[in-house]
Each structure stands twice: as structure tokens, then as C-alpha cells.
Design a protein. Sequence first.
Length: 534
Amino acid sequence: TAIHDLSIQRGEGGELHQVAEGDTPTTTTAFGTPVSDDQNSLKIGRRGPTLMEDFHFRDKMFHFDHERIPERVVHARGYGAHGYFENYESLADITRADLFQRPGERTQLFVRFSTVVGNKGSFDLARDVRGFAVKMYTKEGNWDLVGNNIPVFFIQDAVRFPDLVHSIKQEPDRAFPQATAAHDNFWDFISLMPESMHMIMWVMSDRAIPRSFRFMQGFGVHTFRFVNAKGKSTFVKFHWKPKLGLQSVVWNEAVKINGADPDFHRRDLWNAIKSGNFPEWELHVQLFDQEFADSFDFDVLDPTKIIPEEVLPTRPIGRMVLDRMPDNFFMDTEQVAFMTQNVPPGIDFSNDPLLQGRNFSYLDTQLKRLGSTNFSHLPVNALKCPMHHFQQDGHMAFRNPVGRANYQPNSWGEGPRESPERGHVAYPEDIEGQKLRVRPESFADHYSQARQFYISQTETEQNHIIGALTFEISKVETPAIRIRMVSHLLNIDEEMARKVATKLGIKEMPAPADAAVPTRMDLQPSPALSILRN
Ligand code: HEM
């Protein structure tokens, strides 16, 4: 950035004033009044006191005092970029979603990568899940694919989410640790939550310390639906695959990088995009029908399970390029509001109980964080397609309906009307049953896929998992929790469990944890799950 020589003058007290001249704009208050002196508040006499009449000082300080908004309740630390999605082909036969109709067509988008646990000012290379949230500005409304860099999740039902997040964040009495899961509360919760074992294998693997955002995969996690113009539904799982491939650092490197440069991932993305080295991901889908879903070993509604790519290959449908950093971090990256319930016609939800709960949570949290029902008017959230409705007023309303009619039906011939043909239609799935608080039996096997992940790793990667488990669980002060964790590991891989137990100094091996369903032995290693083989 060039250094400008602005005219500098000295005031009576020796203070410096940079004074506008030539093309330099004159400073104004937020209300537009030109400012004569931005270095001295208005006082009585030369030595004060300061006057309440000083509207410039009041305005400047008032705005500063209100700069902070609540940080995200999770994923507080993030970094975003603008870019576009480009179709390889038309998907008209499987979805009516407008953005997927025409080969070569581009859709503008904004992506925010994040860590989950740490506060806004924490470090980039924490061992953690990374958020991978994409907002596509389609011609039929925004589509938010709010994913992670790990294809499964800790819990099967959204009602457990507050407990999960409370357990993983800093402990409430001591307010530490601030950005890691290495503490009693977290491992206590996990050891009481067998459904989290598959996720734990991923989080203890190299995936959780990516080299940069540019070398990570992204996953929609849940099963979604595509619906075509004839109303036919196809289940879909979304995968982002980085063109650069997958890379991670090792723990030793992560620790040093965090100390030397806590902004390592931010700097990497900034430097890459600013130097024209635009990162790219391919969007892949796994497509299947109800018959496959019914025949599959696990429940496709269970977010703790993947469909192995060896069983159902992924199909590339387009690419995403990130080519522009926001002009202002707060305006875009902080104010972007992702919501899983933002889907255009042609994309629909499955009954995954985690997804159903998320669809409720995000709207609620955005109102709390951004403070007004009109957060969709903020530039980064605003639609890039026409919008017509009768919603009005509230704090900060920029886009009220115009004209006399703000209701319908009306006799004035004004305003929008619903359209059964063009509107989003929920897939009319046949559902009947009692209202129950139960978990289906098809969700009960918590260990098979954890084992499949572990045995799919190379020996080096397995050693990293053992090292990570040992390091993290060694921070747990309560012996019973350590032992409980080992009892779960025994159900995943006995040799791994023994190695971790030995390193933790556990002399007497516990019995394997009570497993609701015996682990299925027939799962083969899946090369796609290893970073080093890819
Ligand atoms: C952020 C809720 C599960 C991905 C958030 C936020 C909330 C939330 C409240 C903060 C949003 C904000 O203030 O902007 C939930 C609930 C979940 C859940 C209730 C389960 C019941 C998941 C899962 C994924 C995920 C399974 C990945 C598939 C994300 C991402 C963000 C986020 C990427 C950050 C968005 C951004 O960058 O602004 N979630 N979440 N969440 N969540 Fe979830």
C-alpha cells in the first residue's frame, strides 16, 4: 500500500492534525456534518471540562462503544471469501433447482470456513472440526449448504446439541480451556455418548488439523433430497473435494504454528486469493433412491454414518472457485448468516433428526446475533434475485413493500401471489405414526463405522490417532473417565485400545463398553478415508 503525504499541521498543544486538501474527502459525522477538528474534544477554556454539546465526540464514541456484536455461539472464529459455482452439466433429470439446469452457468457464492470450539480470537490450528459453509445466491433464493470438513457428527438428535457444545467449550467455573477439547467435561460427555465414537475417530485423525482451508474436504453431512420437475425425489449427499488434494499438519507442527502465527489459515487464504492463486473445489454428489436406502446396512437418516464411496461412488457436478476476498471482514465474514433451512425449489430435507433441529436453530441464533429480523437485508445475506413479500418494518428495514397493499388477498391488484408451480414444494413423503420420543433401532450400531475409519488409515495415520487420543485423554484428571473411554476404544480396535491404555498408564484393561448392537465385522477398509493414500 502506498504511503500518502497528507498535509500535516500542528495544533496549539503540539498535537498533529492531518488536514484534507485536494481530492481527500472531508471527515463527517455519521449524520454528514463536516468535522473541523478530529483531535480535540470541545471544552470550556483550554483545560476543560468537556462539553456535552460536542456532538462529534458523542457520535464517534457512541459508535465505537457499540462495535461488538455477540460472537457465534459455535464456529465463532472464521474466515470467508467470495467466489462462484460453475455447473459441469444439467441435472434437470434429478433436480429442478434452477442453479443446476444449465451447463457452464455460474452462481455467485460466499464461503466461510471456521473452527467450532474456540472463541473469535482463538488460534487457527486447534484440533477441531472445521466449518465449511457455502451460501449460493441462486435465481430462486439463497441456498446455504452449511457443512463441515468431516462427513459425520457427534450426535444423532438435535436435542443433544446444547449439551455437546457446553461440554466441549470452556468449563463454566474456570473458563478454560478456551479452544481445545482436552478436558474432563468433554471426555466425560463423549464417554457417555457411544454414538459419538465414529466422529471421535475423525476428530482424533489428521483431518482435524488441516494444513490450510485450501486442502480440506467439505461435507453436507446429512442426507438431503433432490426433487425434479415431475416431483420425483432422489436422496443426495454433498461432498466438496479440493483440487489441491488433502493435506494436514502433524500435531508438533500445529502447536508451533499456533504459537508463531495464530492466523496461519487466514493468512494462507488471503495470500492465495490476493496473488491470483484461486482455490477450487469440485462439488460431488452421492445419489440414491429409497430402495438403496432401505437395503443399506445403516440408516441414511443417521448423521453419524457415511455411505462409503466404495459402495456408492461420488459424481462430480461442478466446481467452486474462490476469487475475491471481502473488502471488509466484519461486513461479510462476520455478518454472513447461514441457515440450513435456506433451500431453493428442487432441494429438500430428509428426516434426519439432527438436520430437522438445525432447521429450527439457525433462524433463532441469527436474530440473537445480528439483532434484527431484517438481517437478510445486509449486503452479504441479501438476495441477488427478485424478492416479493409483505413482510415489513422491524429494526433497520431497508426493503419494505411499496404501494398501498401490504396484505393479501387484496382487491388492488398489487403485490405478489403464491405459485404452486414455481414455489418450493415440500416432498410429499408418506408419513404416519404415533408421536414418540424414541431413537430408531437402525441408529443403534455405534462402532462399526468407527472401526472402518480406523482400519482404513495407513499405519502412520493410525499412530497419529493413537497419539492424539493419548494426548487428549491424558489431560483428563478423572481416572474413571479415562477408563470409560478405553472401554469404548476396545469396541473399535482392540490393539489401538491397548496402545492408548498403556500410554495412559492404565494397568488393568476394562471390559468393552456395553454395545447396543455387536459391531459388524464385514466392513472392508475404505481407501477414500485415508489422507495419505489419496
Ligand atoms: C454454526 C447450531 C450442527 C455446521 C452454527 C451456529 C449455530 C449452530 C447456533 C451459529 C450460527 C451463527 O451464529 O451464525 C447447530 C445445531 C446443530 C448443528 C443446533 C445440531 C443440532 C451442525 C452440523 C454442521 C454444522 C452437523 C455440519 C454439517 C455449522 C457451520 C457453522 C455453524 C459451518 C458456521 C456457519 C458460519 O460460518 O457462519 N450452528 N449446528 N452445524 N454450524 Fe451448526
